[in-house]
Write a protein of this length. Structure first.
Length: 376
Protein backbone atom coordinates (compact mmCIF):
# COMPACT_ATOMS: atom_id res chain seq x y z
CA UNK A 1 0.00 0.00 0.00
CA UNK A 2 1.39 3.43 -0.94
CA UNK A 3 1.79 6.32 1.51
CA UNK A 4 -0.91 8.26 -0.36
CA UNK A 5 -3.36 5.40 -0.05
CA UNK A 6 -2.57 5.04 3.64
CA UNK A 7 -3.15 8.74 4.25
CA UNK A 8 -6.42 8.56 2.33
CA UNK A 9 -7.63 5.68 4.48
CA UNK A 10 -6.66 7.54 7.64
CA UNK A 11 -8.43 10.69 6.46
CA UNK A 12 -11.63 8.74 5.80
CA UNK A 13 -11.40 7.10 9.23
CA UNK A 14 -10.90 10.42 11.00
CA UNK A 15 -13.78 12.05 9.13
CA UNK A 16 -16.13 9.12 9.65
CA UNK A 17 -15.36 8.64 13.34
CA UNK A 18 -14.63 12.11 14.72
CA UNK A 19 -17.10 14.12 12.65
CA UNK A 20 -20.04 11.89 13.64
CA UNK A 21 -19.86 11.09 17.37
CA UNK A 22 -22.73 8.64 17.31
CA UNK A 23 -21.42 6.03 14.88
CA UNK A 24 -21.68 2.29 15.07
CA UNK A 25 -20.31 -0.48 12.90
CA UNK A 26 -22.77 -2.61 10.93
CA UNK A 27 -22.17 -5.35 8.36
CA UNK A 28 -22.85 -4.31 4.79
CA UNK A 29 -24.48 -6.40 2.09
CA UNK A 30 -21.04 -7.21 0.68
CA UNK A 31 -19.76 -8.75 3.91
CA UNK A 32 -17.67 -5.70 4.83
CA UNK A 33 -17.97 -3.60 7.94
CA UNK A 34 -19.14 -0.06 7.36
CA UNK A 35 -19.94 2.88 9.60
CA UNK A 36 -23.54 3.95 9.99
CA UNK A 37 -24.66 7.04 11.92
CA UNK A 38 -27.32 6.52 14.55
CA UNK A 39 -28.34 7.78 17.92
CA UNK A 40 -27.19 5.46 20.69
CA UNK A 41 -29.88 3.52 22.53
CA UNK A 42 -30.88 4.68 25.98
CA UNK A 43 -29.01 2.95 28.77
CA UNK A 44 -26.48 1.28 26.47
CA UNK A 45 -23.26 1.61 28.44
CA UNK A 46 -21.40 4.87 27.91
CA UNK A 47 -23.31 5.47 24.70
CA UNK A 48 -26.47 6.49 26.53
CA UNK A 49 -28.05 9.44 24.80
CA UNK A 50 -27.94 12.71 26.63
CA UNK A 51 -31.35 14.10 27.43
CA UNK A 52 -30.00 17.59 27.87
CA UNK A 53 -28.89 19.40 30.98
CA UNK A 54 -30.61 18.24 34.15
CA UNK A 55 -31.90 20.88 36.56
CA UNK A 56 -30.28 20.46 40.00
CA UNK A 57 -32.65 18.77 42.44
CA UNK A 58 -32.85 20.57 45.78
CA UNK A 59 -35.22 17.87 47.13
CA UNK A 60 -32.57 15.14 47.07
CA UNK A 61 -33.25 14.10 50.68
CA UNK A 62 -32.66 10.38 50.13
CA UNK A 63 -29.12 10.31 51.53
CA UNK A 64 -28.45 9.08 55.05
CA UNK A 65 -26.23 12.08 55.74
CA UNK A 66 -28.99 14.52 54.75
CA UNK A 67 -31.52 12.74 56.98
CA UNK A 68 -29.18 12.73 59.97
CA UNK A 69 -28.30 16.42 59.57
CA UNK A 70 -31.95 17.41 59.10
CA UNK A 71 -33.08 15.53 62.21
CA UNK A 72 -30.19 16.92 64.25
CA UNK A 73 -30.94 20.47 63.11
CA UNK A 74 -34.65 20.25 63.97
CA UNK A 75 -33.92 18.66 67.36
CA UNK A 76 -31.47 21.46 68.18
CA UNK A 77 -34.09 24.09 67.30
CA UNK A 78 -36.66 22.30 69.45
CA UNK A 79 -34.21 21.99 72.33
CA UNK A 80 -33.33 25.69 72.22
CA UNK A 81 -37.01 26.64 71.97
CA UNK A 82 -37.85 24.55 75.02
CA UNK A 83 -35.32 26.52 77.08
CA UNK A 84 -37.47 29.67 76.85
CA UNK A 85 -40.46 28.07 78.63
CA UNK A 86 -38.70 25.64 81.00
CA UNK A 87 -38.32 26.61 84.66
CA UNK A 88 -35.63 24.06 85.54
CA UNK A 89 -33.56 21.31 83.80
CA UNK A 90 -36.08 18.54 84.51
CA UNK A 91 -38.89 20.68 83.15
CA UNK A 92 -36.78 21.33 80.03
CA UNK A 93 -36.19 17.60 79.54
CA UNK A 94 -39.91 16.84 79.84
CA UNK A 95 -40.88 19.59 77.40
CA UNK A 96 -38.14 18.57 74.97
CA UNK A 97 -39.28 14.93 75.06
CA UNK A 98 -42.90 16.01 74.54
CA UNK A 99 -42.06 18.17 71.54
CA UNK A 100 -39.79 15.50 70.05
CA UNK A 101 -42.75 13.09 70.05
CA UNK A 102 -44.43 15.30 67.46
CA UNK A 103 -41.51 16.99 65.72
CA UNK A 104 -39.45 13.86 64.93
CA UNK A 105 -42.24 11.96 63.09
CA UNK A 106 -43.17 15.16 61.22
CA UNK A 107 -39.56 15.72 60.15
CA UNK A 108 -39.15 12.13 58.97
CA UNK A 109 -42.47 12.35 57.10
CA UNK A 110 -41.26 15.52 55.33
CA UNK A 111 -37.99 13.84 54.33
CA UNK A 112 -39.73 10.68 53.09
CA UNK A 113 -42.23 12.60 50.97
CA UNK A 114 -39.50 14.89 49.59
CA UNK A 115 -37.41 11.86 48.66
CA UNK A 116 -40.32 10.01 47.06
CA UNK A 117 -41.47 13.02 45.01
CA UNK A 118 -38.05 14.50 44.21
CA UNK A 119 -38.31 13.71 40.47
CA UNK A 120 -41.68 15.47 40.14
CA UNK A 121 -40.70 18.39 42.35
CA UNK A 122 -37.51 18.89 40.34
CA UNK A 123 -39.63 19.68 37.24
CA UNK A 124 -41.12 22.74 38.94
CA UNK A 125 -39.71 26.22 38.60
CA UNK A 126 -37.53 27.40 41.50
CA UNK A 127 -40.37 29.47 42.96
CA UNK A 128 -42.68 26.47 42.68
CA UNK A 129 -40.14 24.26 44.43
CA UNK A 130 -39.88 26.64 47.37
CA UNK A 131 -43.66 26.97 47.60
CA UNK A 132 -44.14 23.19 47.46
CA UNK A 133 -41.45 22.57 50.09
CA UNK A 134 -42.77 25.18 52.53
CA UNK A 135 -46.36 23.98 52.03
CA UNK A 136 -45.20 20.43 52.69
CA UNK A 137 -43.54 21.69 55.87
CA UNK A 138 -46.79 23.28 57.05
CA UNK A 139 -48.62 20.00 56.47
CA UNK A 140 -45.89 18.13 58.35
CA UNK A 141 -46.26 20.57 61.26
CA UNK A 142 -49.99 19.90 61.40
CA UNK A 143 -49.26 16.16 61.27
CA UNK A 144 -46.92 16.38 64.27
CA UNK A 145 -49.44 18.48 66.17
CA UNK A 146 -52.21 15.99 65.45
CA UNK A 147 -50.09 13.18 66.90
CA UNK A 148 -49.66 15.06 70.18
CA UNK A 149 -53.35 15.98 70.21
CA UNK A 150 -54.32 12.34 69.62
CA UNK A 151 -52.31 11.36 72.72
CA UNK A 152 -53.91 14.15 74.72
CA UNK A 153 -50.62 15.91 75.40
CA UNK A 154 -51.55 19.39 74.12
CA UNK A 155 -54.14 21.64 75.69
CA UNK A 156 -55.05 23.87 73.92
CA UNK A 157 -53.95 22.55 70.49
CA UNK A 158 -51.75 25.12 68.65
CA UNK A 159 -52.73 24.27 65.08
CA UNK A 160 -51.73 27.57 63.49
CA UNK A 161 -48.46 27.81 65.42
CA UNK A 162 -47.57 24.23 64.44
CA UNK A 163 -48.21 24.91 60.74
CA UNK A 164 -46.15 28.13 60.90
CA UNK A 165 -43.29 26.39 62.72
CA UNK A 166 -43.36 23.55 60.20
CA UNK A 167 -43.24 26.00 57.27
CA UNK A 168 -40.36 27.93 58.87
CA UNK A 169 -38.28 24.82 59.61
CA UNK A 170 -39.03 23.48 56.12
CA UNK A 171 -37.77 26.71 54.58
CA UNK A 172 -34.54 26.44 56.57
CA UNK A 173 -34.08 22.81 55.51
CA UNK A 174 -34.71 23.78 51.89
CA UNK A 175 -32.07 26.50 52.16
CA UNK A 176 -29.55 23.90 53.35
CA UNK A 177 -30.48 21.51 50.54
CA UNK A 178 -30.33 24.37 48.05
CA UNK A 179 -26.77 25.30 49.02
CA UNK A 180 -25.82 21.61 48.97
CA UNK A 181 -27.16 21.43 45.40
CA UNK A 182 -25.30 24.60 44.44
CA UNK A 183 -22.11 23.03 45.78
CA UNK A 184 -22.45 20.20 43.25
CA UNK A 185 -22.40 22.51 40.24
CA UNK A 186 -18.87 23.95 40.54
CA UNK A 187 -17.42 20.51 41.29
CA UNK A 188 -19.12 18.91 38.30
CA UNK A 189 -18.21 21.83 36.02
CA UNK A 190 -14.59 21.78 37.15
CA UNK A 191 -14.37 18.04 36.56
CA UNK A 192 -15.92 18.36 33.10
CA UNK A 193 -13.54 21.14 32.06
CA UNK A 194 -10.55 19.24 33.45
CA UNK A 195 -11.53 16.10 31.55
CA UNK A 196 -12.13 18.07 28.35
CA UNK A 197 -8.73 19.69 28.71
CA UNK A 198 -7.04 16.33 29.28
CA UNK A 199 -8.79 14.83 26.26
CA UNK A 200 -7.71 17.63 23.90
CA UNK A 201 -4.14 17.87 25.14
CA UNK A 202 -2.05 18.14 21.98
CA UNK A 203 0.38 15.39 22.91
CA UNK A 204 -2.46 12.95 23.74
CA UNK A 205 -4.27 13.68 20.48
CA UNK A 206 -1.11 13.59 18.36
CA UNK A 207 0.15 10.41 19.98
CA UNK A 208 -3.19 8.73 19.34
CA UNK A 209 -3.27 9.84 15.70
CA UNK A 210 0.35 8.78 15.20
CA UNK A 211 -0.52 5.37 16.61
CA UNK A 212 -3.41 5.13 14.15
CA UNK A 213 -1.14 6.15 11.26
CA UNK A 214 1.35 3.45 12.21
CA UNK A 215 -1.45 0.87 12.16
CA UNK A 216 -3.16 1.94 8.92
CA UNK A 217 -0.95 -0.11 6.61
CA UNK A 218 -0.56 -3.30 8.61
CA UNK A 219 -3.75 -3.37 10.69
CA UNK A 220 -6.41 -0.96 9.37
CA UNK A 221 -9.11 -2.53 11.57
CA UNK A 222 -7.09 -1.78 14.70
CA UNK A 223 -6.49 1.80 13.48
CA UNK A 224 -10.24 2.20 13.09
CA UNK A 225 -10.76 0.86 16.63
CA UNK A 226 -8.26 3.37 18.04
CA UNK A 227 -10.08 6.27 16.38
CA UNK A 228 -13.45 4.99 17.58
CA UNK A 229 -12.11 4.87 21.16
CA UNK A 230 -10.79 8.41 20.76
CA UNK A 231 -14.15 9.53 19.41
CA UNK A 232 -15.97 8.02 22.39
CA UNK A 233 -13.63 9.78 24.83
CA UNK A 234 -14.32 13.11 23.13
CA UNK A 235 -18.06 12.45 23.12
CA UNK A 236 -18.09 11.64 26.82
CA UNK A 237 -16.04 14.73 27.70
CA UNK A 238 -18.26 17.04 25.62
CA UNK A 239 -21.62 15.57 26.67
CA UNK A 240 -23.76 17.32 29.27
CA UNK A 241 -22.96 15.51 32.53
CA UNK A 242 -25.68 13.55 34.25
CA UNK A 243 -25.95 13.44 38.04
CA UNK A 244 -24.59 9.90 38.16
CA UNK A 245 -23.73 6.90 35.99
CA UNK A 246 -23.16 3.24 36.73
CA UNK A 247 -19.80 1.78 37.58
CA UNK A 248 -20.17 -0.48 34.54
CA UNK A 249 -20.36 2.57 32.26
CA UNK A 250 -17.25 4.05 33.85
CA UNK A 251 -15.40 0.75 33.40
CA UNK A 252 -16.20 0.75 29.66
CA UNK A 253 -14.89 4.29 29.30
CA UNK A 254 -11.69 3.40 31.20
CA UNK A 255 -11.21 0.37 28.95
CA UNK A 256 -11.39 2.60 25.88
CA UNK A 257 -8.80 4.97 27.32
CA UNK A 258 -6.44 2.12 28.26
CA UNK A 259 -6.88 0.54 24.82
CA UNK A 260 -5.52 3.73 23.26
CA UNK A 261 -2.63 3.95 25.71
CA UNK A 262 -1.83 0.26 25.19
CA UNK A 263 -1.10 1.00 21.53
CA UNK A 264 1.17 3.83 22.57
CA UNK A 265 3.13 2.14 25.37
CA UNK A 266 2.94 -1.50 24.30
CA UNK A 267 4.51 -3.85 26.84
CA UNK A 268 5.39 -0.97 29.14
CA UNK A 269 1.73 -0.75 30.13
CA UNK A 270 0.67 -3.87 32.03
CA UNK A 271 -3.06 -3.86 32.79
CA UNK A 272 -4.76 -6.09 35.34
CA UNK A 273 -8.55 -6.19 35.67
CA UNK A 274 -10.42 -7.86 38.57
CA UNK A 275 -14.08 -6.98 38.09
CA UNK A 276 -17.05 -8.16 40.13
CA UNK A 277 -20.21 -8.25 37.94
CA UNK A 278 -22.37 -7.63 41.02
CA UNK A 279 -20.68 -4.24 41.51
CA UNK A 280 -21.49 -2.91 38.03
CA UNK A 281 -24.74 -1.16 39.05
CA UNK A 282 -23.24 1.06 41.76
CA UNK A 283 -23.74 4.76 41.06
CA UNK A 284 -20.95 7.32 40.92
CA UNK A 285 -20.41 10.75 39.33
CA UNK A 286 -19.63 10.67 35.59
CA UNK A 287 -15.99 10.78 34.50
CA UNK A 288 -14.79 9.78 37.96
CA UNK A 289 -12.94 6.51 37.29
CA UNK A 290 -11.20 7.52 34.06
CA UNK A 291 -9.15 10.36 35.64
CA UNK A 292 -7.87 7.90 38.24
CA UNK A 293 -6.78 5.50 35.50
CA UNK A 294 -5.21 8.36 33.56
CA UNK A 295 -3.26 9.41 36.66
CA UNK A 296 -2.02 5.85 37.04
CA UNK A 297 -0.70 5.88 33.48
CA UNK A 298 0.72 9.40 33.68
CA UNK A 299 2.57 8.94 36.98
CA UNK A 300 3.36 5.24 36.71
CA UNK A 301 4.01 4.32 33.08
CA UNK A 302 5.17 7.56 31.41
CA UNK A 303 8.14 8.30 33.73
CA UNK A 304 9.40 4.70 33.73
CA UNK A 305 11.50 3.23 30.95
CA UNK A 306 10.55 -0.25 32.14
CA UNK A 307 6.87 0.60 32.39
CA UNK A 308 4.46 -0.06 35.23
CA UNK A 309 1.52 -2.20 36.19
CA UNK A 310 -1.96 -0.68 36.47
CA UNK A 311 -4.55 -2.64 38.46
CA UNK A 312 -8.27 -1.92 38.52
CA UNK A 313 -10.55 -3.99 40.74
CA UNK A 314 -14.18 -3.83 41.82
CA UNK A 315 -15.83 -5.90 44.52
CA UNK A 316 -19.24 -5.91 46.15
CA UNK A 317 -19.20 -6.45 49.91
CA UNK A 318 -22.75 -6.58 51.18
CA UNK A 319 -24.29 -3.14 50.70
CA UNK A 320 -20.93 -1.58 49.75
CA UNK A 321 -18.91 -1.61 46.51
CA UNK A 322 -15.14 -1.22 46.77
CA UNK A 323 -13.19 0.16 43.77
CA UNK A 324 -9.39 0.14 43.73
CA UNK A 325 -7.05 1.73 41.17
CA UNK A 326 -3.34 1.17 41.80
CA UNK A 327 -0.10 1.60 39.89
CA UNK A 328 3.55 0.93 40.52
CA UNK A 329 5.79 3.99 40.34
CA UNK A 330 9.45 4.44 39.44
CA UNK A 331 11.85 5.48 42.17
CA UNK A 332 11.57 9.13 43.11
CA UNK A 333 8.10 9.74 41.66
CA UNK A 334 6.05 8.99 44.77
CA UNK A 335 2.82 10.92 45.24
CA UNK A 336 3.74 13.99 43.19
CA UNK A 337 1.11 15.32 40.82
CA UNK A 338 -1.93 13.51 42.28
CA UNK A 339 -3.26 16.25 44.57
CA UNK A 340 -5.58 18.36 42.39
CA UNK A 341 -7.19 15.51 40.47
CA UNK A 342 -7.72 13.40 43.59
CA UNK A 343 -9.18 16.33 45.54
CA UNK A 344 -11.72 16.86 42.76
CA UNK A 345 -12.64 13.17 42.71
CA UNK A 346 -13.03 13.14 46.51
CA UNK A 347 -15.27 16.23 46.46
CA UNK A 348 -17.57 14.94 43.72
CA UNK A 349 -17.88 11.52 45.35
CA UNK A 350 -18.83 12.95 48.74
CA UNK A 351 -21.31 15.38 47.17
CA UNK A 352 -23.15 12.48 45.53
CA UNK A 353 -23.10 9.92 48.35
CA UNK A 354 -22.27 12.00 51.43
CA UNK A 355 -21.48 9.84 54.47
CA UNK A 356 -22.12 6.64 52.51
CA UNK A 357 -18.95 7.13 50.46
CA UNK A 358 -15.30 6.70 51.41
CA UNK A 359 -12.17 7.90 49.60
CA UNK A 360 -8.61 6.94 50.44
CA UNK A 361 -5.29 7.46 48.62
CA UNK A 362 -2.20 5.63 49.89
CA UNK A 363 1.39 5.45 48.67
CA UNK A 364 3.40 2.57 50.10
CA UNK A 365 6.36 0.46 48.95
CA UNK A 366 6.42 2.00 45.47
CA UNK A 367 2.70 1.46 44.82
CA UNK A 368 0.11 4.24 44.71
CA UNK A 369 -3.47 3.12 45.34
CA UNK A 370 -6.81 4.93 45.35
CA UNK A 371 -9.66 3.17 47.16
CA UNK A 372 -13.32 4.15 46.77
CA UNK A 373 -16.30 2.84 48.73
CA UNK A 374 -19.76 3.34 47.23
CA UNK A 375 -23.25 2.24 48.24
CA UNK A 376 -24.26 -0.78 46.16
Amino acid sequence: MSAGAGNAILSRLILSVLSQPFMKTVPSAFGETTLQGSLPPQGDGVAAADAGPVRPNMFDACHVGVVLRAVLFVEIVVGVGAVFVASHPLDWLLRFSLLTGGVLPATLAWLIVACALKARLARLKPSGQWLAGISLGAVAGLYGCSLLDFMGLLQPVPWFASAAAGALLSGMLLAGLFWRTRARTPAATTARLAELQSRIRPHFLFNTLNSAIALVRAEPAKAEAVLEDLSELFRSALADPAESVTLGQEIILAERYLAIEQIRFGDRLQISWHLDPQAAHARLPPLLLQPLVENAVKHGVEPSAAGAQVKISTQRRGSTVVVKVSNSTPAGVGERGHGLALANVRERLLLLHDVQARFQAVYQDGVFQVRLELPA
